[in-house]
Design a binder for this molecule. Sequence first.
Ligand SMILES: [Zn+2]
Length: 114
Amino acid sequence: MRQELIQVEVGGGLAFAEVEEKPDCVWRWQLQEPPKQDVTPVHLVNAQLEDEVHDWRWNDGGLVFKGRGIKHGQSYWLILQYKDGEEPGQVECSSCGTTLPGTANFCMTCGTEL
Ligand SMILES: [Zn+2]
């Protein structure tokens, strides 16, 4: 999991931010002081989890944000989270001990079925 902090300013009822990659989760920071890079957002404690479709959408290289109750001319911190491709667990061949990807059906070294 990676996260990125960005500050957006609302103009005309929504905010637009240039972001390279579509995030998996978008949080709106709720506290006065800016968030720290390694902060863990917690819904309704320090941040609000924003819904895709209702509160934000991905629009070709950018994030269009329109969270409930955001005000024109005000700026907000957003925490964007990315779930990096998680490695499938690895398995070890019971016959020869070769380490294999978790998706393997048989051992690539000795051919034993897994
Ligand atoms: Zn093997």
